[in-house]
Ligand binder design. Structure first.
Ligand code: ADP
Ligand code: MG
Length: 317
């Protein structure tokens, strides 16, 4: 199979939303009236972000999901993506599975794959995603104000707990692992939520490196601090069984790969957020508030600060 057969077979689908998609030297894209482009890249590297024997269909899903999550955090509507892939060999079965996982999620979110690059090398997957949003409605990290409420979507820590199990740091039962592993392998990017928060949230970020690490980006960009209430952090039934132990606390506060949204809103908008949270399958939790100053304090039920050994994933630390 030549490089071009491979691209045609596995990565070429109709792209009615583009002036020109896969097959020329560049795609041609027209941005909708009144909108600006929101552009983000995320790379998944074998051995760093996933195991070499990862299920290719789930990997196709996750490769796009982590990028969609960035657009969700900006409140942007996903439109197009490019995919740069380097791989040791052209394995037709692997590629068919990978692209099935990728396109299933792409179709669910109306994303068109309009280009990319395919080379031989260590397995490495890099998507660049393009979305649209009105410039004054994009959710930035920099707008949090003292007094704002801090909210998160979904449950925290399940992906990190599943990873801890795979790495032998905790032992989960078969049922517990089955409950947590979809969060690790098939995260659900909160695209519709991000769009619903346009014009409402004062700041937003997606949680990829752990709640505290990502919230800290909001705090730094906004020049504020935060107080969190540990008992109001959303945890699944499985996760709750581990919250008495340091590994559970670590997963909820600093586990990576949640791909939930963390956002702030003015207290006057509390009921608007509750209304947005009424959608079936959508869980929103108010977990604390923004304060003047810097840093983040997490308090237990007795009001005592909780300290952590490691507050998030950093590739170079
Ligand atoms: P060039 O040599 O001009 O960079 P390529 O030979 O790399 O072009 O790619 C040919 C066409 O296939 C281009 O339109 C490119 O965007 C597209 N393409 C290459 N790899 C992928 C991929 N993995 N997914 C989607 N489109 C791809
Ligand atoms: Mg090329």
């Amino acid at each position: 199979m030549s490089e071009f057969d491979l691209i045609r077979r596995h990565f070429t689908r109709p792209t009615p939303g583009a002036l020109l998609g896969v097959g020329d030297d560049a795609a041609l894209l027209r941005v909708s009236e009144g909108q600006v482009l929101a552009v983000s890249s995320d790379m998944l590297v074998c051995g760093t972000h996933f195991f070499a024997d990862a299920d290719p269909r789930m990997l196709g899903h996750k490769t796009l999901a982590v990028n969609l999550s960035d657009l969700a955090a900006m409140g942007a509507t996903p439109r197009w993506a490019t995919l740069a892939i380097s791989m040791p060999a052209a394995d037709d079965v692997w590629l068919a599975e990978f692209s099935a996982g990728f396109f299933a999620l792409a179709e669910a979110h109306g994303v068109e794959l309009v280009g990319g690059d395919t080379t031989r090398g260590p397995l490495n997957l890099c998507v660049t995603i393009f979305g649209e949003v009105a410039a004054d409605q994009a959710l930035r990290r920099s707008g949090a104000q003292p007094g704002d409420e801090i909210w998160v979507s979904g449950c925290l820590g399940d992906a990190a707990l599943a990873l801890a199990h795979l790495q032998g740091r905790v032992i989960l039962t078969e049922d517990e692992f089955a409950a947590c592993s979809p969060s690790l392998h098939q995260p659900k990017p909160r695209v519709a939520l991000g769009m619903a928060l346009r014009g409402l949230a004062s700041s937003a970020i997606d949680i990829s490196d752990g709640l505290l690490a990502d919230l800290d980006h909001i705090l730094g960009a906004s020049g504020v601090g935060a107080e969190l209430d540990f008992s109001s952090l959303p945890a699944s039934a499985t996760m709750r069984r581990f919250l008495e132990r340091p590994v559970g606390v670590q997963c909820v506060l600093a586990g990576g790969d949640d791909y939930e949204l963390c956002f702030t809103v003015a207290p006057a908008l509390h009921d608007d957020v509750l209304r947005i949270g009424e959608q079936p399958g959508r869980l929103l939790s108010c977990i604390g508030h923004i304060v003047a100053g810097r840093g983040c304090i997490v308090r237990d039920e007795a009001g005592r600060p909780i300290t952590l050994q490691n507050d998030g994933y950093d590739h170079f630390r």
